[in-house]
Design a protein around this ligand. Structure first.
Ligand SMILES: NC(=O)c1ccc[n+]([C@@H]2O[C@H](COP(=O)([O-])OP(=O)(O)OC[C@H]3O[C@@H](n4cnc5c(N)ncnc54)[C@H](OP(=O)(O)O)[C@@H]3O)[C@@H](O)[C@H]2O)c1
Length: 268
């Protein structure tokens, strides 16, 4: 059972996870402490009942779970710093892209029970796609981690070798989807809407499209078929987008992000 969680690194993802855990459908009822050096920037977490601080050793003392939400290059130093707080059954989660569990275990004097968790920033509103891999963890520990993250969105355990791919598709994917919404909004303004209304229409349309797939368990192309009549306006627009490289540029973007992670991890 997890009674205390320490999140080291209260940046974008660290704070999103902290908020997600306390505001989810089944809020985490134990203690959460979040640290960063410029602690004044996370004071607002206190209104959610989350403690904030600068002292990583103090924060991790008696923690049942430590979530490392710092940049990958900082992992080594942070693990060396907090090691005095480690106890045998404490679980360790790393969010760092491109650092594998074996490396983390070595940095942490051969610890077991290590998880890599890749949520996206929608965790702050309970809508994350969270991919998880486990390393030398028991089934019971996996259940604990699954149950912790399940109320914050959708959870999928994956083999660790797919973690970089999950980072691109789910975590970077938030930015890719948002850029689609922004572009649709810009187009919406050009065809007559004010920007606020264009944004509202574009974002609800994307949400509806995603829900059709998620709830209907259908395929995008099946749903596209329903709105593309022969010689119709939708197919004309869609084909023009494809002529301009729509799917191709998205796929190339995903691969570019993926290669950047892969090349980064090879440098270490
Ligand atoms: N954002 C995403 O969607 C996303 C996607 C994929 C992977 N990740 C991974 O998630 C991790 C965090 O990413 P992020 O986007 O949240 O980065 P971020 O916003 O830069 O957050 C990192 C935080 O660590 C804090 N920090 C630095 N040194 C510290 C120390 N010694 N003790 C305590 N806190 C310290 C920094 O604050 P101070 O400078 O004030 O200390 C900063 O707020 C990274 O490893 C990244 O690879 C994030």
């Amino acid at each position: 059972m997890i009674r205390k969680i320490a999140i080291i690194g209260g940046g974008n993802l660290g704070t999103a996870i902290a908020k997600g855990l306390v505001t989810s459908k089944k809020p985490f009822e134990g203690e959460i402490v979040v640290t960063r050096r410029r602690v004044h920037l996370i004071k607002s977490l206190e209104k959610y009942g989350i403690a904030v601080g600068q002292d990583n050793v103090e924060a991790t003392r008696n923690a049942d779970l430590v979530i490392l939400a710092v940049k990958p290059y900082q992992l080594n130093d942070i693990l060396a710093e907090i090691e005095p707080s480690f106890y045998e059954n404490m679980l360790l989660i790393s969010l760092a892209a491109g650092v594998d569990s074996q490396q983390i275990s070595e940095m942490a004097s051969g610890r077991k029970g290590i998880f890599r968790v890749m949520p996206n920033t929608a965790i702050s509103i309970g809508e994350s796609m969270t991919c998880i891999s486990s390393f030398m963890a028991t089934e019971e520990q996996e259940v604990i981690i699954r149950e912790l993250f399940e109320p914050t969105g959708t959870v999928q355990f994956i083999p660790e070798e797919l973690m970089a791919s999950a980072t691109v598709l789910a975590a970077c994917g938030i930015a890719f989807a948002l850029r689609f919404i922004r572009a649709a909004t810009q187009g919406g303004v050009e065809i007559g809407f004010g920007s606020d209304l264009a944004l509202k229409i574009a974002s609800q349309t994307v949400k509806g499209a995603a829900e059709l797939i998620i709830r209907g368990e259908t395929h995008p192309e099946a749903e596209i078929d329903k709105v593309t009549t022969p010689r119709g306006i939708t197919i004309s627009g869609l084909n023009e987008m494809e002529h301009q490289g729509f799917s191709s540029s998205l796929i190339k973007g995903l691969i570019t992000s993926f290669e950047k992670i892969e090349n980064g991890s090879k440098k270490k």
